[in-house]
Design a protein around this ligand. Sequence first.
Ligand code: BG6
Length: 292
Amino acid sequence: IDITHEHSRVSATLPTGESVEVLLHGASVISWKDAAGQEKLWLSETAALDSSAPVRGGIPVVFPVFGTAPDHEATAKLPQHGFARNSRWEFLGRSTSEGSTSSVKLDFGLSSENLTDEIKALWPYKFGLIYSVSLDPETLSTTLVVTNDGDVAFDFQTLLHTYLRVSDISSVEVSGLEDSEYIDKLDNLATVKQSSAVTFSSETDRIYTPAKGPRHPVVVSDAGKPLFRIVRDNLDQVVVWNPWVDKAASTKDFSPKDGWKNMVCVEPGTVKGWQKLEAGDAFEAAQTISLA
Ligand code: BG6
């Protein structure tokens, strides 16, 4: 297994050809390629890869707040989607057993000590995050462990903001969410029940609470062909997002401007209410994305 760690990024390639690339900024996965070299994630051509902003595309890590939460005092002052995606993480190394030739696991860490003074002042809790990116020939999984290293409990939300690459959003279907309720962020947070597979014909921004549980896969298909199967561990929601024409046009770092046709965000998270983590406790959650 070939691993490089330079220019603030870590990449790994399996002997079978699959690869993954992670920026230390945000511990953002910016590339996942299959054995044929086909990219599986969408990354904006103008994504900031120089630490000046969160990465537009790939898999940004949302922590400790999803969106903004003006009514939740402890997180009210934080930037949209929190600080983890815009902080520099440490590479902790590769943690698979030596000699494994078919898979690799890369670990990244962020703790209160790594934060800028500005962010520390906005969110003063002592915490640790360990984010593991594991690549197998057919599967990418990302696991987040949150620890409370302080003396007081804190509340958080987290979400793995995965931008999946598709060839044509108008022929994409997301199944596995049938009979699930969702909150429509584009309709005053109305609660709606999904009756069939999710299809796309306009801007879409929904928080699903899948009825069938975390091990029931959410499947993304394009023109009837399954592309991705996503299962979750300890993450009760799935956000489904596509910005469509206008939102893509008004998003500065979104390019090409018709790039919304080639992406869909399917984002496992825990974002309804708050996870309360007592002093000394740990929380662990994961997504596993398999090529279908
Ligand atoms: C999604 C949210 O998860 O992220 C959307 O549901 C939001 O409301 C989108 O627009 C992108 O957020 P950002 O901060 O990366 O532009």
